[in-house]
Design a protein around this ligand. Structure first.
Ligand code: ZN
Length: 318
């Protein structure tokens, strides 16, 4: 068992248990919104935790996926070649006493039923490997969450592998960055294939729009459990999530601000990007938050990184 951590530059450090790597004191970092927990000193890797059937706080983070995408390396890591690359499509459920929250929901179920009909020619670049049973509604039910009990659907952005929850939870408010919502209806030519209008242009949706830097670090419940961090670059209105759990502590869901650890470590730009400068700045912003909070970092689509976490429906973080 290896302990994986990041230094103050966001660089990956591996060590054996018992030989904890050195940390930079958080006081060395520039002032930021106070994300710290009083007991923040802990390992960012918690896969050795015992399994629990339910949490005492009622706050739980469940990590799901809607299958994988078969693609090529260059579509994930810019200019890095034609070799085959298969990536997971993660999404997240947070149980909270004030209401259940779905983040992204993975692919829409239609990608399992008629992928070319629903996604079009983009399946030649990103081929969804997904069963109907992988849809986020049925996966929520597998951990006891009925659709009407989902209060919020949070959208990191509106690309096709993140829109599976929209309109599937009848009482949910959907929260997205305004600039992302507007862009999704009128994307640049090179981003067009990534937006499936049928997924987000649905009747009767309750939308709430966030305003980029003006609403940065939006605290969903006002208790610090779920904060939404504006991280544009891959998409104009991309956002990441800092989840702070009672026992596990902070978990940083970078989503596609860093598809993989190579993106996290400044070794790759996204295969699809609207602003490389913004994408690089967003990674730097997230690394600063990870350094300040000592968060466990979950990248958007890294096969190896994803393998290392406790997965739903059998396990969760609390
Ligand atoms: Zn994605």
């Amino acid at each position: 068992m290896k302990i994986v951590e990041y230094d103050d530059k966001g660089r990956r450090i591996e060590s054996e248990p018992g030989s904890a790597p050195k940390r930079t004191p958080t006081s060395a970092l520039a002032p930021q919104p106070d994300f710290r927990r009083p007991d923040a000193a802990r390992s960012p890797v918690t896969q050795t935790q015992p399994r629990r059937r339910s949490s005492s706080s009622g706050i739980e983070l469940h990590m799901f996926q809607t299958g994988t995408l078969r693609t090529k390396l260059k579509y994930i890591k810019m200019n890095q070649g034609e070799s085959d690359f298969e990536i997971p499509v993660p999404w997240f459920l947070i149980k909270h006493p004030q209401g259940n929250v779905v983040i992204d929901g993975g692919n829409a179920v239609e990608a399992a039923i008629d992928k070319r009909g629903h996604w079009g020619a983009v399946v030649d670049a990103y081929d969804p490997i997904m069963d109907v049973a992988d849809n986020c509604v049925d996966q929520c039910r597998s951990v006891g969450v009925e659709p009407h009990s989902v209060r919020y659907v949070l959208q990191s952005h509106l690309h096709l592998d993140h829109t599976g929850a929209i309109g599937r939870f009848p009482r949910a408010q959907h929260i997205v960055q305004r600039i992302e919502y507007d862009y999704a209806f009128n994307p640049h030519w090179f981003s067009k294939g990534a937006y499936i209008r049928a997924d987000f242009d649905r009747p009767g949706l309750d939308w709430k729009f966030l305003g980029g830097e003006y609403t940065d670090n939006y605290d969903l419940f006002g208790d610090g459990t779920i904060r939404m961090i504006f991280t544009p670059g891959h998409a104009p209105g991309h956002q990441s999530f800092l989840i702070t759990l009672p026992n596990t502590g902070p978990v940083l869901l970078t989503i596609d601000a860093a598809y993989t650890l190579d993106h996290w470590n400044d070794l790759a730009l996204p295969g699809l990007v609207v602003s490389s400068a913004d994408a690089a700045n967003s990674v730097a912003k997230l690394r600063k938050i990870a350094g300040l909070t000592n968060a466990m970092v979950v990248t958007g689509h890294d096969p190896k990184n994803w393998e290392s976490f406790l997965k739903a429906p059998h396990d969760f973080y609390d």
